[in-house]
Ligand binder design. Structure first.
Ligand SMILES: [Zn+2]
Length: 424
């Protein structure tokens, strides 16, 4: 088994459990900080460990462009490259390419896009996305999907959903044939290519816009046969499927049922937070969850505020990620148990209080609002570090409180009520 998912307590729709990955155990529901370019901006890995981060998210699109999959793979994958021993999840690149808008062209075969870095032309398809994600070596990787734009009519939504289903089949097929090539299954010496590391010149459709058939590749980039990989290890990556279907509940249902038919060890709900009203997001999430298997992890992609992650956990979502805590922190927007604070405001200039009296993080234990405001106003690097540290801590502690509440069998609780009691 690639991953083992156990639900330990269920309270109404919410569940608390454990997800065992090749790089450690994750308590669910879990919040996954976003480390786009193999770094959570401003946070050293040892601090992330101290904060209790159990799993990080990396973005395939960004890592593929820079430093490149081959480089990361030579270090035994992202774990070795960024010195992160715990679990990692990578997205497929589909959403990032989707957000390039004018810079992409979608066909049955895949997506041609231009790099936001230098305008160079690239091509992603299910096979090259899988090859990239196997090379990056995250514990959980995602099927290549098309994120349907908002708004979209039913015909367009259905056609996009069908394309995502065909790409899910192709993703699974490529993954099953190549999953043994993940770099941490080899005895990798840092800086030496593992047998499965892709060459940026020979991987399927990876960088020159021309897709080659990499499905039966059994040769290394140098033309030699790939080394036999021991079959005794049961550790390998897990590929999750992604449900699409826009804001159309019927299409969502069909997408969920047919993605489950293809069969994955976990399922994500994608295509949300693309400009729709928040109320619509809630409806789509609640309706889609009904059609996903209860015994498999469910991952809601790219959502939300502290209030929303509490609510979605009460719906039965097990995994969430969002750039909000880290991005907002860099803009001086801080989440606290008593609501949002914009630390740049002059009203905090003389305020000796901690940012959040209920927060146990090292920022709230040590510094005043006045000092944090000063750092931000002076554009000091430390402002970004401390703000990010607090916001991440707040999200992680919120999820800790959610898990505790589910384990106590409580009715779903609001963010404020979760923070009104001390954790044991
Ligand atoms: Zn704090």
């Amino acid at each position: 088994m690639p991953i083992d998912f156990r639900i330990e307590t269920a309270s109404k729709l919410a569940r608390a459990g454990r997800l065992l990955t090749p790089h450690g155990e994750i308590e669910t529901p879990v919040f996954m900080p976003v480390g786009t370019a193999a770094t959570v901006k401003g946070m050293p890995q040892d601090i992330l460990e101290a904060l209790g981060v159990q799993i990080l998210l990396g973005n395939t699109y960004h890592l593929y462009l820079r430093p490149g999959v081959e480089t990361v793979c030579k270090f035994g994958g992202l774990h070795g490259f960024m010195a992160w021993p715990r679990a990692i999840l990578t997205d497929s690149g589909g959403f990032q390419v989707f957000s390039l808008n004018e810079l992409r062209k979608v066909t049955e075969e895949g997506v041609t896009f231009r790099s936001h870095l230098d305008g160079s032309s690239h091509f992603f398809n299910p096979e090259s996305s899988m090859a990239a994600q196997i090379g990056l070596g995250a514990d959980i990787i995602m099927a290549f999907d098309e994120c349907t734009e908002y708004p979209a009519d039913r015909a367009r939504t259905k056609a996009s959903m069908e394309l995502t289903l065909r790409w899910a089949e192709r993703s699974k097929k490529y993954f099953e044939e190549h999953k043994h090539e993940v770099p941490w299954r080899s005895n990798v010496h840092v800086g030496t290519a593992a047998p499965g590391c892709p060459s940026e010149r020979s991987s399927p459709g990876l960088d020159d816009g021309v897709r080659e058939d990499g499905q039966k590749s059994s040769l290394r980039p140098d033309g030699q046969p790939r080394a036999a990989v021991p079959t005794c290890s049961e550790k390998h990556q897990s590929l999750f499927g992604i449900v699409q279907g826009g804001m159309d509940l019927e299409v969502r249902k069909e997408s969920a049922e047919r993605t489950v038919e293809i069969g994955f060890p976990g399922y994500a709900i994608g295509g949300l937070s693309v400009g729709e009203p928040r109320e619509r997001t809630r409806e789509v999430v609640a309706a889609t969850l009904k059609h996903l298997p209860k015994d498999k992890p469910r991952y809601l992609m790219g959502v939300g505020t502290p209030e929303e992650i509490v609510e979605y956990a009460s719906f039965g979502v097990d995994m969430m990620d969002c750039v909000l805590p880290t991005r907002a922190a860099r803009h001086g927007l801080l989440f606290t148990s008593e609501g949002k604070i914009s630390i740049k405001q002059a009203r905090y200039a003389q305020d000796p209080a901690p940012l959040d009296a209920n927060c146990a993080c090292r920022v709230c234990q040590r510094y005043s609002r006045a000092y944090l405001r000063h750092l931000y106003a002076s554009n000091e690097v430390l402002a970004q570090v401390l703000n990010t540290l607090h916001n991440l801590s707040f999200y992680l502690d919120t999820m800790r409180r959610v898990r505790h509440s589910i384990r106590l069998g409580e009715e779903s609780r609001s963010l404020a009520s979760l923070w009104s009691q001390p954790l044991p």
